[in-house]
Design a protein around this ligand. Sequence first.
Ligand code: ATP
Length: 322
Amino acid sequence: MENGKLDRGAGCLTVLAPAKINLTLEVFGKRDDGYHALRSLVVPVSIFDTLTLTPLDSGIEVTCELVGLPGENLPMLPEPRNNLATRAALLLKEATGYPGGARVHIRKEIPIGGGMGGGSADAAWTLRGLNSLWGTGLTVEALMELGARLGSDIPAMVYGKAVCMEGRGEKISPISCRWPAGTDWWIVVVNPGFNVPTGDVYRRFRSGLTSTEETYINARFALERGDGKLASASLLNSLEEPVFYKYPLLAILVERLKSAGAAGVLLSGSGASVFAMAANYDHALKIESQVKRDTGSWLWTRVAKIVPDGVMVAHGPLEARV
Ligand code: ATP
């Protein structure tokens, strides 16, 4: 393709953008720039938004379709021009000088405002997907830098695999993640159907004095060794206290998941989703059915697992490029 002229033979790209959970999230207090310093082990999980990217001669068009999301009072998605996918596409266009455009259709299955990074995943995989579709050739590192301009979680989501995220989210170190013997890293995610505004949680956060170093080291070791028991015992989220104070239902959901047999349960990011680690797939199904039985069928639940990366599937002549 030359100078943005649409290659009529060019295909479209389907991208599976995974949600994330934070196995640990330590918040260390405010930095001079107003952001909180943090350290977090972030892993992608098999709850996906599906992005369909189609080349256009010009302009960026973003559309969204919500699929089986929790609750009736979900926060409305912003108007298309403020959607993080639109902002990511425009940023890539500006950074590379690419003259053409694209349509991005998002089939949303990641709970909105659920602490699972749905908006960040859409932005991250719009950057990666359009970089392939447009043939703009930026490295993953360059895309991570662009992503950092849009949001703290986005560099980790652009990288796509298990990472340790530090600073305000911009320092990313890959973590080797081994799968537990004979099974996967299965989890059960529950969501109460309301969203927790991240900014409000950080405003109400007060740093504790207890050291979390040992728990972090254990969680990292557990992930590297594929040790599910140690991982369950080493989950950590500094935001649980301010979130549970304001939304006590979430603390009840944690207890329900524990009563259903989960050894490790944690608030995901700033909530409102909560996840439980399971020993295997059958254990995950058992936890899911019991928590639904005990709490009611209104509760949104998903059995999912840690996945190695997002997925891009090209349709048509693009295949050679992805
Ligand atoms: P964070 O922890 O980064 O705040 P989250 O996982 O709790 O994220 P998201 O689903 O990413 O929540 O949504 C946060 C807000 O981002 C939403 O209220 C919405 O207004 C805005 N947003 C912009 N683009 C998107 C998108 N593509 N998908 C979801 N939310 C989006």
